[in-house]
Ligand binder design. Structure first.
Ligand SMILES: *Cc1c(COP(=O)(O)O)cnc(C)c1O
Length: 250
């Protein structure tokens, strides 16, 4: 995974690409950031003649402690994204005890040896990108009877350091997930290269999803979610614009 993306997101933005003057930090700011992002989602949906209700906001709370997540829960947000299995296992069981209707998404890369914990914790996994991981997930799903929705991450920029299957290998991975492992795949996810304009990547992901009849399109982050919505995103993954700039992990 690209460190520039996981650890140093862009500045909070007003949703139109302009950084806001001040990153949200306190409790009131989280609620305000969330309200701004929700409003920007509605605007982007309306601009492209889409129903805002078909666009789901995944609030990415990686590195945010439980106290920082509470204001978002209190403001009614229920769908959250995390990058790290260990961090999620430490934070979410207690929060879920208070808010049982939380839906938890894994948006970061997953190691096969964490498949058991991931299947037990998450409702949606966005980062399936290889056959060995599909095998590990299938085994845990069969064992536990719990079946998170699965999205395949596509490395649309063919970046060597980034997770995701290459676009020209997607059809093979999809067929193997279904035929070899009996896994239902619900959609696709991408993280465009930081230095590229993202729209071409969003358009490519949308085209691949249409080709394979996959309903979920997970694309768009703080800096570019309005563009992703215009190109068909059903799930936008927004962290910084809600919770403020992340401090670099030690
Ligand atoms: C951190 C992260 C996000 C959120 O990024 P922001 O720029 O903070 O909105 C979204 N998706 C993935 C995969 C991430 O790692």
């Amino acid at each position: 995974m690209d460190d520039a993306i996981t650890e140093q997101g862009p500045l909070p933005s007003d949703g139109m690409g302009h950084p806001t003057a001040k990153p949200p930090v306190g409790e009131a700011d989280v609620a305000a950031g969330l309200a701004e992002v929700r409003a920007a989602i509605v605007r982007a949906a309306e601009d492209s003649d889409r129903d805002p209700a078909e666009i789901h906001l995944v609030a990415v709370s990686k590195t945010v402690p439980a106290e920082g997540i509470l204001p978002a829960l209190e403001a009614g947000q229920r769908v959250f994204g995390e990058n790290y299995v260990q961090e999620s296992a430490a934070k979410w069981p207690a929060l879920r005890a208070r808010y049982p209707d939380v839906e938890l998404h894994l948006v970061g890369p997953l190691q096969s040896n964490k498949a058991r914990e991931a299947v037990s914790l998450f409702d949606v996994i966005h980062s399936l990108d290889r056959l060995s991981l599909a095998a590990a997930l299938a085994k845990e799903i069969a064992r536990s009877g719990r079946a998170p929705k699965l999205l395949i991450q596509v490395n649309t920029g063919a970046e060597p350091q980034k997770g995701g299957v290459l676009p020209d290998q997607l059809a093979t991975l999809l067929a193997e997930c279904r035929d070899t492992h009996g896994l239902a795949i619900h959609g696709l996810m991408c993280i465009p290269p930081a230095e590229d304009p993202p729209s071409a990547h969003f358009a490519l992901l949308a085209r691949l999803a249409r080709q394979h009849n996959l309903p979920i399109l997970s694309m768009g982050m703080s800096a570019d979610f309005p563009a992703a919505i215009q190109l068909g995103a059903t799930h936008v993954r927004v962290g910084t614009a809600i919770f403020g700039a992340r401090t670099r992990k030690a």
